[in-house]
Write a protein that binds this ligand. Structure first.
Ligand code: RUQ
Ligand code: CUA
Length: 676
């Protein structure tokens, strides 16, 4: 028996890492290679077992390393788009390598890309991205629920949307250049949490309020004693321009909702196409504020009811109501008032076990999986039953605001016991669901019902349980919220890491754990510390769907419009136009020179730099920084960046290229001279 045959023939025990790892190499990854010796690299001489011994691997980590490693120069088959929480950014990772590929600034300034440091392009996105009546320009956001654009319920790799948990805003990122192109600060929304999704053909991106706002009150303020009268939630249907991916406010609308806390939401698809589903809690309308009696604390009074309400919204009916003009202008957006929504059959409620968290629609669109933080079950509702109950007006009365409540038993398909603290659910292509268990720090794998293609006798059953490290919030399988999930890998977004990484001070990183979904049993392949902001939710898309992604811009492109900039400057056309106190600098930028490289102005002048990177080589990016003037930008190949500088401070400023672009990068500097 050769060494590899011995290894392959040895009993595979999940707990004996080196055996399974070597077995996998002998029979799997390196199929056809006889012998366990590394044949790829002439500089390695050991065999795998020696290396595993030398590294001291235990458990399945050697197998995990082999299964997740992506060789240099080869690309991950998946992109992960992760929200960045309080960093206000988004993170792009490869999967399964779990390597960080990029941070995309969205709501927060970022210096490397020059986002929010002077360029007209980023300043206008940020400036238009908050309501100017807010006392301070918003300096941060809390990115929460990414939503990739879809065609027929499948990710199409064009655009990406993300909401701001803190300020009730929504942003659009173009996946052509991975840059934020638009931020909208929504009226009538104080905050937004989990209500972000796109509809199956990217007709709309939805965002809903979390805590209600007193937008019905005169002057926009009412005391909490008038909560039920003046405070309301809002479900916002933001129409997407099919050419640009931008939100078109003129075609968008809101639906008034009762003052409950609207939380996670999802779009119906296929058999539930045309519906949106929003969970709610605090239907008790608890407001807190009682200092004397701890029993009246918000967290106690907000969980008094046995049931909260799953909001079922028929957005196609809502569209018709809007087209019929049955809306009111509410602070600059058309709103379907609550009484109209009820009368027109736009809004129904289904009771759901109290204090729910996630609502997730399965790939066929037949089932709505609702998980409750305080209930060990997933409650599965059926769209067929919901539609039948709506048609039959199978009501259990209405809530205080007149919204008809469908009978829970008429809509419920199954209750599946999963474990403690179920939060969110994702899917694979084989009729399985994966639910995060926050309290148990685990993932439950379970089978859906017959409509999801699962055979009789196997339905609604928990089939596997995998502990994760620790306190899992969301999870994400490959394309796991589309009509056509890959499954394959699952990311557990763990809030705590405690002992998984070396100490880096008192604020610990979160932990993205990579889980292998191939086979019956789930297994952890790798940990990835996330040490920047609190990523909240992620989506994982096949990398080959990003067919629109550019490597360089067309020469002279303004990234905001993705068309030729009127300030684009051709080689040889660089110049300085002076018009009184207005100075326009039309500069070309190329290794290793700014042309012009000396700009002399008078104190008080308004200077507009229009910088065209005339390089066509991918990666030949330059920077533009003016020390003392808070100016910094990246100028990517083909890009035109405009930056306005008020010459308020006299002196000689050595402006320079901030990207190490060439051997003469340090010589790529010039003078910004402001004469007193
Ligand atoms: S919600 S951890 Cu903040 Cu997306 Cu469930
Ligand atoms: Cu251009 Cu450094």
């Amino acid at each position: 028996m050769s060494e590899s045959e011995k290894v392959a023939a040895s009993p595979m025990k999940a707990t004996v890492s080196r055996r399974s790892a070597i077995g996998m190499m002998a029979g799997g990854a390196a199929a056809g290679v006889v012998g366990a010796r590394i044949g790829q690299s002439s500089s390695t001489s050991g065999n795998y077992e020696d290396i595993i011994d030398a590294r001291g691997f235990t458990g399945n980590w050697a197998e995990g390393a082999l299964k997740s490693f992506v060789p240099p120069g080869e690309f991950d088959p998946y992109f992960i788009f992760a929200s960045g929480g309080h960093s206000g950014q988004m993170f792009v990772l490869g999967c399964p390598s779990m390597r960080l590929l990029k941070a995309i600034p969205v709501f927060t300034r970022e210096a490397w890309q020059g986002y929010g440091f002077g360029s007209d392009q980023s300043e206008s996105v940020l400036r238009e991205g908050f309501d100017p009546s807010k006392s301070e320009p918003l300096g941060w956001g809390d990115t929460h629920h990414p939503a990739l654009s879809e065609t027929e319920g499948d990710y199409d790799g064009r655009w990406l949307y993300i909401n701001d948990r803190a300020n009730g805003r929504i942003a659009m990122i173009d996946l052509a250049d991975f840059k934020t192109k638009q931020i909208i600060d929504l009226p009538n929304l104080g905050t937004s949490h989990g209500g972000c999704f796109v509809t199956p053909n990217s007709e709309y991106v939805h965002i809903s309020s979390m805590t209600p706002s007193p937008y019905l009150a005169p002057g926009g303020y009412a005391p909490l004693s008038d909560y039920a009268k003046y405070y309301r939630g809002a479900s916002c249907w933001m129409a997407i321009d099919q050419e640009t991916g931008r939100i078109d406010m003129d075609r968008s609308f809101q639906i008034e909702l009762p003052p409950y806390t609207q939380d996670l939401a999802d779009a119906g698809k296929l058999s539930s196409f045309g519906f949106g589903f929003i969970n709610s809690y605090n239907t008790e309308m608890a407001i807190g504020g009682d200092l004397e009696d701890p029993k009246k604390a918000l967290e106690s009074t907000a969980i008094a009811n046995d049931f909260d309400f799953l909001h079922v919204i028929d957005w196609q009916k809502a569209e018709q109501v809007v087209a019929d003009g049955k809306t009111e202008d509410m602070n600059g957006i058309r709103m379907i008032r609550l009484d109209v929504a009820v009368a027109e059959g736009v809004l129904h409620f289904v009771p759901e076990p109290r204090n729910p968290h996630g609502v997730d629609v399965n790939p066929t669109g037949d089932y709505m999986v609702v998980s409750g933080k305080l209930d060990p079950h997933a409650s599965v509702f059926s769209i067929e039953k919901i539609k039948a109950a709506i048609a039959a007006e199978d009501y259990d009365g209405t809530d205080d605001f007149g919204v008809p409540i469908l009978k829970m038993e008429s809509c419920l398909e199954a209750l599946v016991e999963l474990g403690n603290g179920p939060l969110h659910t994702q899917f694979d292509g084989d009729g399985n669901a994966y639910t995060s268990l926050f309290v148990d720090s685990a993932v439950a794998k379970w089978t859906l019902g017959p409509k999801a293609g699962v055979g009789e006798g196997k339905t609604w059953t928990k089939v596997d349980h995998l502990p994760v490290n620790y306190n899992i919030g969301h999870l994400c399988s490959a394309e796991g919220d589309t009509v056509n999930p890959d499954g394959k890998y699952l990311i557990a977004l763990n809030k705590w890491s405690i002992d998984r990484f070396p100490p880096v001070g008192t604020l610990h990183p979160q932990n993205f754990q990579l889980i292998d979904l191939d086979g019956d049993k789930m297994s952890v392949l790798a940990d990835m510390p996330i040490g920047f902001g609190e990523p909240h939710y992620t989506q994982m898309i096949k990398a080959d769907k990003l067919v629109h992604t550019l490597r360089v811009y067309e020469p002279g492109t303004d990234p905001l419009t993705m068309s030729k900039s009127r300030f684009a400057t051709d080689p040889g056309d660089a110049r300085i136009d002076v018009n009184g106190t207005n100075v326009d600098v039309f500069a070309t930028v190329m290794r290793s020179h700014f042309t012009p490289d000396v700009v002399e102005v008078n104190l008080g002048d308004t200077v507009r730099f229009h910088l065209t990177n005339i390089e066509t080589t991918p990666d030949a990016t330059h920077g533009f920084a003016i020390p003392g003037y808070n100016v910094e930008s990246s100028i990517d190949p083909g890009e035109v960046v405009s930056i306005e500088v008020k010459a308020t401070r006299p002196g000689a400023f050595a402006m320079y290229c901030s990207e190490f672009c060439s051997a003469l990068h340090l010589e790529m500097q010039g003078w910004f001279l402001v004469k007193p």
